[in-house]
Write a protein that binds this ligand. Structure first.
Ligand code: NIG
Ligand code: FE
Length: 418
């Protein structure tokens, strides 16, 4: 069959995010910047990137040539590797209480917090959950996010977790952005569960994990290791079972107290996320491991707590991804670029480090190959900004949004036409 080819350009700059290492700090001078560039796409994947003028003669009669007017900078589509956008209800009341002086854990103990969202999510129909995901995911797409991880975790029973994961699957079928589902049944011990944490974890090991495999709902399992959630000791058998079934493991780690990142390293987790409370010990442990450290600045802003020590993680040689943690409680904003820019300003991160954290390093946190960079064979997911210099993007602290977004070679956002 005839291959579909497209040539897009000329771009003032294309940043392919290639030739950069997965771990450690980097300078902006490490970034490859291709000027006056064109991107050749074949069947939704990048075929070649080079000077637009050199590429034009290579276009055949059937190549669609998409000429850009004005100055544009192109990056790989952003990857948000940690969200909880499948939920019902609002936690505006929690937010107001927190700003009036109550802590996250205090609010949780008085009926707010995660349990409040669990109650509302359990009441919602699958169709209602799908509607909420579509609304939020489409907003992320307009902000340049072409791959979006979504956790369950507000069901906390076998049928309710399955309902959430089916809602994520159904939404994914209707969206241009790719949703990557993760099972967070180990978010907290459900208040209505009569047994202890060990009994709950054993129940979901036996009755939920195998179903997720059979029904192909996800290949990722995450747990919240924290006071008020699950301990290092209790999670062991659950993770052992999940690994034996072939799931990738990830951990909500060191958010308020340490311990989770040690579990992540011990179980060979793909990522350890949060890390606001990590000390030198955890930073060094993570940096020596293959675990991707994921900073969630939206949760630091939502809870007004420390930022993840991103600078120290990179200086120690760690791999740093940055994600929005978009959820109704701790991170209601859901704007990856704004949050990444803010983290960069507070933690003194280079453009190269921030942009790596929301592209190829985030892809690694999801175990995804062939996205997060623009190179031959990679998905043609493009995030295009109306500017002539890539440094303008973070300089505007998230207020400069992409004007055009391509997903696998198809234009899915065009704000010039809005
Ligand atoms: O990543 N840390 C635990 N879970 C979520 C918060 C979920 C919620 O508050 O609803 C987080 O911040
Ligand atoms: Fe989270």
């Amino acid at each position: 069959m005839l291959k579909e080819t497209k040539l897009i350009g000329p771009f003032s700059q294309v940043l392919p995010m290639t030739g950069l290492s997965l771990k450690g700090g980097m300078a902006d001078s490490d970034l490859q910047v291709i000027e006056e560039a064109g991107i050749f796409i074949e069947d939704g994947r990048v075929l070649a990137i080079g000077l637009f003028a050199d590429m034009l003669p290579k276009a055949t009669d059937t190549t669609e040539i998409l000429r850009l007017d004005g100055k544009h900078v192109c990056l790989p589509g952003f990857i948000d590797s940690h969200t909880h956008i499948c939920f019902a209800g609002s936690r505006a009341r929690d937010y107001a209480m927190r700003n009036a002086g109550k802590t996250y854990l205090e609010i949780a103990k008085t009926g707010g917090g995660i349990w409040d969202t669990v109650t509302q999510t359990r009441k919602a129909t699958r169709a209602e959950l799908v509607k909420g995901i579509l609304k939020r995911a489409n907003r992320h797409l307009r902000n340049g996010v072409t791959t979006l991880e979504v956790k369950s975790g507000y069901g906390l029973s076998v049928p309710d977790e399955i309902k959430m994961l089916y809602a994520i699957k159904e939404a994914n079928e209707q969206l241009a952005v790719d949703l990557i589902p993760t099972c967070l049944a180990a978010h907290m011990l459900p208040r209505d569960y009569t047994g202890d944490a060990a009994a709950y974890l054993s129940e979901i090991s036996e009755n939920l994990l195998p179903k997720l495999k059979v029904e192909a709902l996800t290949n990722r399992v995450v747990a919240f290791i924290e006071e008020g959630a699950f301990t290092r000791q209790s999670i062991g058998p659950y993770f052992t079972k999940a690994k034996a079934l072939g799931f990738d493991i990830t951990v909500h780690a060191d958010q308020f107290s340490t311990g989770g990142s040690e579990v992540a390293v011990a179980f060979g987790a793909i990522s350890a996320d949060h890390l606001e409370a990590s000390t030198e010990k955890e930073i060094s442990l993570l940096a020596k491991s293959t675990v991707i450290a994921t900073a969630l600045p939206g949760a630091s802003l939502g809870l007004r707590c420390n930022f993840t020590p991103a600078r120290k993680i990179l200086d120690a040689g760690g791999a740093l991804a940055i994600a929005s943690d978009h959820n109704p409680g701790s991170a209601p904003m859901g704007d990856l670029l704004t949050q990444a820019a803010i983290l960069g300003a507070f933690e003194k991160l280079t453009n190269a480090e921030v942009l790596s954290g929301i592209t190829f390093r985030a892809a690694a946190a999801l175990g995804l190959k062939e996205r997060g960079r623009l190179a031959p064979g990679f998905l043609a997911d493009l995030c295009i900004f109306h500017t002539n210099d890539y440094r303008e993007i973070l300089y505007h602290q998230g207020n400069l949004k992409p004007c055009i977004v391509y997903k696998e070679g198809i234009k899915v956002v065009d704000k010039h036409k809005d």
